[in-house]
Design a protein around this ligand. Sequence first.
Ligand SMILES: [Mn+2]
Length: 363
Amino acid sequence: MVISQNKIIKKTPAKKVTKKISAKKVNKKISAKKVTTPQRTKVICISHKEDCDGISSAALIRQAFGGDSMLVDYPGQMEALNQVVLDEKLKTLFICDLGLSKKTQDEFIDLMGRMRKNKVSITYIDHHDIDPTVVSALKKLKVKVIHDINECTTVQVYAAYKSKLSDHASFVATCAAITDYMEDRPLGSKLLQIYDRQFALISATVMTYNIVGHQREPDYLQYLVEELSDSKFPHDIPNTFEFAQIQVEKLSQMIAKVKKGMKTMTNLGHMEILDSGASGAVNFVMGLSGKDVGVAYKERIDHGIYAVSVRGSKNCKVHLGRIVNLLATSLGGSGGGHDKACGAVVPKPKIKKFLTELNKKIK
Ligand SMILES: [Mn+2]
């Protein structure tokens, strides 16, 4: 799959371009030789595009460091990295809210090594379960790793770069924590205390519906990153509440569809989703099936795979992210995430096997 650069990269605003030109002019004066070596000036943040935590992380990185955002999903993550590794202008790279899996981690380390050889400064910020050997390999390469499974990525970005951020950034981080179910954590809960709970909840929810409902519109997602980094509240961004209303309508129709189409195994409920994202349906599949684990999967016809979403209830005692990482990898796919919320990519012919094996592993 090929995504052209201008599809996922929003060009730097005109202001920055003039800076680049003036830097070049200075070089010309110093020596003609230096003009031929490309000057590394670019700041890029690769972040998760599918939820409020990823979009908000990109927004706060943009506010603190400027530069461009590349918004990707899990299947698009390695493709974006393979693209930036070739960018001779890249100076500083942030990677946010994109967990690694057994399938991707070796290639990831290799790509980081290649960029470090070119002296690219790299910061990896995340909260998904990670293989400790990956952390040591990254630290050895002098990739800065900010990783805490107890706080969402945006809260960690906020904590790390607070001095470069506006007061409003704490609200952006609060909304991200809410959407990642992490507003009860040490830093997340402190941030939530600053704001009225109901105000934060409705803002986080409206943000989430706008992100989920615009997954096929990369320009809109970039616009959200820009608005959030400009310290806008979700209700100050035009039409967000109206759009959220349309999304809740769709979700209420989803409840009816799940009731009709969901199937169960001993330990889980599952359903193939045809006309929306799997992640929007998966909580209903779990809840309405009465099981402690719900699985929703949607075919990505052009890729020959299923995008799978998995959720566990409070009673689910196994670490779903780890189980799904190993299982999906063994079936030729990839996956991972949190104990009660994770995702996977599974080759199309293996989806049945994935379900029956997962059912066995979670009793
Ligand atoms: Mn997250």
